[in-house]
Design a protein. Structure first.
Length: 148
C-alpha cells in the first residue's frame, strides 16, 4: 500500500493533468473530483451526475461533489480524495490577476492540503506557473463530534 503522501501526490498530479487537458480543449473546466480507492489504490475521476447538462454554479457543483465523497468515505470506498476547480486569483486590491487550478486534497491518514497552480492559455499549450501549497481544511475526512 502506498503512503498518504504518495496517494496525495498521485491525486495532485492526476487532477492537474485532467484540468490541463480540459483547459487545452475548452479553455475552462467544471469542478471535478478524483479519489483513491481503499482496496487497491486505483484512482478514479469523478464528475457530478448530469455534468454535461448542468449549468449550475461551481459552488453548487463543488458542494454536490463533497456530499457524494463524504457518503462514499462513510461506506469505506475511498482513502484519499481531491476536488479540483478553475478559479481566479485576486491581488491585494481585489482585482483578478490570474486564472488557476485549485486542488484541495484530503487523506484519511494525512493532513489536508490546498494547492494552487496559476495558468495561462497560450496559442499552442496551457502554460502552468509554480505550484503554491498551504494547509487545507478537512471537509470529507472529518472526525465525528462526540455527543454531549
Amino acid at each position: 500500500m502506498s503512503s498518504p503522501q504518495e496517494d496525495m501526490n498521485s491525486l495532485l498530479n492526476g487532477a492537474i493533468d485532467v484540468a490541463t487537458d480540459m483547459l487545452a480543449e475548452h479553455t475552462e473546466f467544471a469542478p471535478f473530483a478524483m479519489a483513491v480507492q481503499r482496496e487497491d489504490g486505483e484512482i478514479f475521476h469523478i464528475e457530478p451526475e448530469d455534468a454535461e447538462d448542468d449549468d449550475s454554479p461551481d459552488d453548487v457543483i463543488i458542494a454536490a461533489l463533497y456530499g457524494g465523497l463524504r457518503e462514499a468515505v462513510a461506506e469505506g470506498r475511498w482513502r484519499a480524495i481531491a476536488v479540483c476547480a478553475d478559479v481566479t486569483l485576486e491581488g491585494d486590491d481585489g482585482e483578478p490577476i490570474s486564472s488557476a487550478i485549485l486542488v484541495r486534497i484530503e487523506h484519511e491518514k494525512g493532513d489536508p492540503v490546498s494547492c494552487t497552480v496559476p495558468y495561462d492559455i497560450g496559442e499552442e499549450a496551457v502554460e502552468l506557473s509554480d505550484l503554491m501549497a498551504e494547509p487545507g481544511e478537512a471537509l470529507v475526512f472529518v472526525e465525528a463530534t462526540p455527543p454531549n
